[in-house]
Design a protein around this ligand. Structure first.
Ligand code: ADP
Length: 644
């Protein structure tokens, strides 16, 4: 039953040479030819197949349907792919099945029309297609589960993948346009539909901003639309030159941020108000205290009408009470400013020998009175990075505690050690120590570790301030104590990193050097002050300084005229004056050649650090806060008025 025309010769060779398996089937469905590949693919030799119905190659469950198909084909034969779009399956000789693709073509022969079927193994192709389908499914499901709108744009700017959130967001242009429209076209469609209309921005501006960002995405793009919605857009380039785009509706986050921002502003304003309140409160409290402490000192020093011992004793109580109150006001003020974040630290290279010398000379008189020896241990001192004034404040605090809580005949030792990149400054005493039960809370405000009922005066705030200040300088504080034996308190501050040259101590000392030429018999001091009780106090003080003459002026304007006219040896300047401030007046004096060399000492009730900083930059030679300590003022006058 072999199909004679192709039975042998070149035609058969040709058919055997093609890569597909080929069978020819006659009008009755019988196989009349099979090429070599049929055996390779299905396991039958040509001999075994010749004369068999073609259904021998179809899995049994499909055979009856195949007979019908074959009938339909022979009624209108044409070249086509069999069952196009269907997964076809052939059955091998051993019963196993194989995925195939089959092309059919009618061939007219002298013996009638035969059908040629080319059969190709597509197992691998189908596996790959399945794989791709599965991957696509994962991808789509992942993209869909992103809460934000997602778009993928190819290297030609065509939108090729989106999720349903993106479809909804762009409202329309993405419904049917995926894979065809560019992103610019999609955006234009949405803009035209009013999707991103906003009272804050024109469509043209939204378009320009978005496309500019789209061309060179950097950071985030934010849009705010008319519905009060805020969209945060993030685009990133893909390796293929396309883009991924995520659009998040962050309306709620933004509202929360704005709420937080408003709350923070309100809190800042409240804090500023508190700070201002404290500043003026401190001024108001310090002014009458100035009178109390000042006049007490004058009474104590009164040589014309000396007080009785009893009166002196009582007066000493008044003075101590006043000074305690003053310290309390200053410390509360300082602490509340630190807590409000208003204390700015200006880190600079600090030469420790300078600071230690300064602390020592301030504490020496107190230590002497308490019968305690101050020792500064010699050490190789490298500069540290700190705020000089604040570091000195910490050491003063530790030092005065070591004296206050020390024992007569004892010592207070200042030790400096380097630990890696930090320097530790320790103040060691052999005093009363701190009971175990109080140690944990020693750095908390108003904790006096059992001293509240004792005879040693204090506020319990000093150590809290030390801790906060150290932290502001990137440092830390710590302590160790044995009850009845002594304590050591330390502060760690960072070493100053480079070998930057230090401003010389001489430069600072030069400030103190007044250019006063040889003192005349009575030197003139001009006091610019508007408060009558302060003026009265100063007059009484100067009564006791016969080599000095005091002239006062109630305003800065009058005061500087007076200074220009009389060229005094020294000016005492109040800062809070009606009209021109003492700071401005000092600046002006410094700017005129005939007055620039006259030393100016600031006297003010404003103990705020901010004022201190302002005053320092105004060019004062000294800065004394009220209430003025008589001894301190006299010392400053002596220094600045000393001949040469
Ligand atoms: P105060 O104004 O009471 O001295 P501080 O904050 O400076 O406040 O110190 C808190 C408490 O810690 C003190 O009241 C004291 O009981 C204890 N204290 C601080 N330094 C020492 C020390 N060197 N020796 C013993 N006790 C100390």
């Amino acid at each position: 039953m072999r199909f004679e025309p192709f039975a042998d010769g070149p035609t058969k060779q040709l058919i055997d040479g093609v890569p597909d398996a080929i069978v020819l089937v006659d009008g009755s469905g019988a196989i009349v030819l099979a090429n070599k590949q049929v055996e390779a693919l299905l396991g039958y030799t040509e001999e075994e197949l010749l004369g068999q119905p073609i259904e021998i190659l179809v899995p049994e469950r499909l055979r009856h349907r195949h007979v019908d198909y074959r009938g339909a084909f022979s009624r209108s034969p044409s070249v086509r792919a069999m069952g196009s779009g269907l997964m076809l399956t052939a059955q091998r000789r051993d019963g196993s099945e194989v995925a195939v693709e089959i092309s059919l073509g009618p061939i007219a022969t002298p013996n009638g029309v035969v059908t040629a079927a080319a059969i190709r193994d597509v197992t691998e192709r189908r596996r790959q297609a399945d794989e791709i389908r599965r991957t696509m499914w994962y991808l789509k499901s992942a993209v869909e589960s992103i809460g934000d709108a997602f778009l993928l744009v190819d290297e030609h700017d065509r939108v090729v993948l989106v999720n349903s959130t993106a479809r909804e967001l762009f409202d329309g242009p993405l419904e049917d346009g995926v894979g065809e429209r560019t992103f610019a076209e999609v955006l234009d469609g949405s803009l035209a539909a009013g999707v991103f209309d906003s009272p804050f921005e024109s469509r043209a501006s939204v378009r320009a901003r978005w496309l500019a960002y789209h061309t060179a995405p950097d950071g985030l793009l934010e849009l705010r639309d008319g519905g009060g919605r805020t969209l945060r857009i993030k685009e990133r380039r893909t390796a293929e030159g396309g883009l991924v785009m995520l659009i998040a509706d962050v309306t709620e986050d933004v509202m929360r941020e704005e709420e937080l921002h408003r709350a923070r502003e309100a809190a800042d304003a409240a804090n500023a108000a508190k700070s201002e309140f404290l500043a003026s409160m401190s001024h108001e409290l310090r002014t009458p205290l100035n009178a109390v402490i000042g006049f007490t000192q004058l009474l104590q020093r009164d040589r014309k009408e000396p007080l009785s011992e009893r009166q002196q004793e009582r007066l000493a109580h008044v003075r101590r009470g006043g000074e305690h109150l003053l310290k309390l006001i200053d410390e509360v003020l300082d602490l509340s400013r630190i807590e409000a974040g208003r204390v700015t630290i200006s880190p600079e290279p600090v030469e420790l020998s300078d600071v230690l010398a300064e602390v020592r000379s301030s504490l020496e008189p107190v230590a002497e009175r308490a019968g305690i020896t101050l020792v500064v241990e010699p050490a190789e001192l490298k500069p540290v990075r700190a705020d000089r004034t604040r570091l000195a404040q910490i050491l003063m605090n530790f030092g005065s505690n070591a004296i206050k809580y020390g024992r007569e005949g004892g010592t207070a030792v200042f030790r400096v050690q380097q630990h890696g990149a930090m320097v530790r400054l320790t103040v060691i005493d052999d005093g009363i120590g701190i009971p175990e039960t109080h140690r944990a809370r020693i750095f908390e405000p108003f904790q006096r570790a059992g001293q509240e009922a004792g005879p040693i005066e204090g506020t319990g705030i000093g150590l809290t301030i030390c801790k906060r200040l150290a932290e502001l300088m990137n440092g830390a504080v710590g302590f160790d104590s044995v009850e009845g034996k002594g304590s050591q308190f330390w502060v760690d501050v960072p070493l100053f990193p480079s070998a930057t040259p230090m401003p010389s101590a001489a430069a600072r000392a030069a400030i103190a050097e007044s250019a006063l030429a040889g003192a005349t018999t009575r030197q003139l001091v001009i006091y610019i002050e508007d408060n009558p009780s302060n003026i009265a106090f100063m007059r009484e003080l100067f009564d006791e300084l016969p080599h000095l003459e005091l002239v006062t002026a109630p305003t800065a304007e009058l005061g500087i005229e007076l200074v220009r006219a009389r060229k005094p040896a020294l000016v005492l300047m109040d800062i809070n004056l009606p009209g021109m401030s003492g700071i401005e007046a000092t600046r002006r004096l410094a700017s005129w050649p005939e007055t620039s060399r006259i030393p100016v000492v600031a006297l003010t009730a404003a103990a705020m650090t901010r004022d201190t900083a302002r005053a320092a930059s105004a060019g004062f030679h000294r800065y004394l806060t009220k209430p003025v300590m008589v001894d301190e003022l006299v010392k400053v006058l002596e220094e600045l008025l000393a001949p040469g």
